[in-house]
Design a protein around this ligand. Structure first.
Ligand SMILES: [Zn+2]
Length: 427
């Protein structure tokens, strides 16, 4: 019966998720986390209008507005943000298995994963890398109210060198298989920036160094040259887009920061000079420190190449140590997980890892709210519960400042004033 009920509630929440237009209303929160100050405010009333924008946040008065959503037993927070997802892929698309997944099929997977991500409390994501612009299709479907999902900021195909991490090196020469984002040389790279923007990119993703899940390259070795990255950053910024650079390698991280790249993804082998440069330039560092566990435990089953698992064994611990170092040195850190390498919807599992490796729960929550919003360019719109922000609100049982894994069990999700899930109403 319990099972039946939860299935029923899930299907009801699915219906709610598809309700595109908010009606305006209010939420009463027993506690509300102010992510800027770290204070837990008691008995707050969040009001929002028919555009799904918060109009006021205040102490609950003597009378509650009619129809207010009662979360008086819960702790409310702003909707979470993951700045590094691969929403159109699943772990089972790793290695040679992925060659059997068509672009249309990956868009369908994206629709499935967008819903899982939203129900897990992530109301905004930045998707970094999708061949065939499948992520543009998912974003547009969500924005048009056709499928449930988070606000998406997408890159389309990731730019990279021939034979690099952002190319696909699985097939021999006679197949002439080249990934959509391959561009060699500063002018070809500039043209590729223009091309991905033409087809819908909100952000530019590039591969500055080798990677873990690619064939025949090494995470520590540089791929794009400083000249190529300068051209990309200049072109992207001119056209109003930020650039996210995949960079594990010590040199590539520094080259990318000096070239004016806006965020360094993975950041695994960053050294003291790289950390100092990131601080000086205000470059965000994104460390995906949860997925190492998944790759080592489940990677082989998911079809990841033996060489990928070997690379991860060498890199995982160093990345976590460097995460701690960069955080303690005061570098700006945004929450990004590489979802898709591990199953979508488990994004919040990274919070506990960040706390295990040196952050306080509030620091980790700030990385996934105000910092992530700042990196995407959404400060004052997302990542906090304040007047003028989207009504993107989640709620949990318990206190995430004392017990951060409660964020893995989000029970209420609202995006832009529309409820995607409310497990509190069912009790
Ligand atoms: Zn990635």
């Amino acid at each position: 019966m319990r099972k039946f009920l939860s299935v029923l509630i899930l299907s009801l929440s699915f219906v709610a998720v598809l309700q595109a237009a908010p009606a305006g209303g209010a939420i009463r929160c027993g506690k509300l986390l102010d992510v800027r100050s770290g204070k837990l405010l008691e008995n707050q009333l969040i009001s929002f209008d028919a555009n799904g924008t918060i109009t006021s946040v205040a102490s609950v008065g003597s009378t509650l507005p009619q129809g207010a959503i009662d979360l008086s037993r819960a702790t409310c927070l702003p909707g979470l943000i993951d700045v590094h997802t691969h929403i159109t892929g699943d772990p089972s698309d790793s290695g040679y298995q992925g060659l059997g997944t068509s672009i249309p099929r990956s868009a369908v997977k994206g629709a499935k994963n967008a819903r899982l991500t939203l129900l897990a409390g992530f109301t905004t994501v930045r998707n970094v890398g999708a061949d065939g612009f499948a992520d543009v299709a998912v974003r547009d479907g969500i924005n048009n109210g056709e499928i449930p999902g988070p606000r998406m900021f997408v890159s389309g195909p990731a730019l990279g060198i021939t034979g690099g991490h952002c190319d696909d090196n699985l097939l021999p020469f006679e197949y002439h298989h080249v990934s959509n984002g391959v561009a060699d040389g500063p002018w070809a790279a500039r043209a590729k920036v223009r091309e991905v923007i033409k087809y819908g990119a909100d952000v530019i993703k590039i591969c500055a160094s080798g990677g873990v899940l690619s064939k025949g390259d090494q995470p520590g070795t540089p791929q794009y040259t400083p000249e190529e990255m300068q051209a990309i950053a200049e072109e992207a910024h001119k056209l109003g887009r930020k650039v996210a650079a995949h960079a594990h390698g010590t040199q590539s991280i520094k080259d990318a920061i000096r070239a004016g790249i806006d965020s360094i993804e993975h950041s695994s082998l960053i050294d003291d000079e790289g950390i100092a440069l990131a601080k000086q330039r205000g470059t965000y560092l994104v460390f995906d420190i949860y997925n190492d566990d998944f790759i080592l435990q489940e990677g082989e089953k998911a079809g990841m190449l033996p060489e990928s698992i070997e690379k991860e064994k060498k890199l995982g611990r160093l990345q976590r140590e460097n995460f701690r170092k960069a955080f303690q040195a005061g570098a700006k850190i945004a929450f990004g997980t590489d979802a898709g390498v591990y199953p979508h919807g488990d994004n919040a599992k990274q919070f506990a890892k960040m706390v295990e490796w040196g952050m306080k729960p509030l620091d980790a929550i700030q990385a996934a709210t105000i910092n992530a919003a700042d990196l995407i360019g959404l400060s004052g719109k997302a990542g906090s519960v304040e007047s003028g922000c989207y009504a993107d609100i989640i709620a949990v049982d318990g206190n995430p400042l004392e017990n951060v894994p409660v964020l893995e069990k989000v029970k209420f999700v609202m995006k832009g004033g529309v409820i995607a899930r409310n497990d509190f109403a069912s009790k």
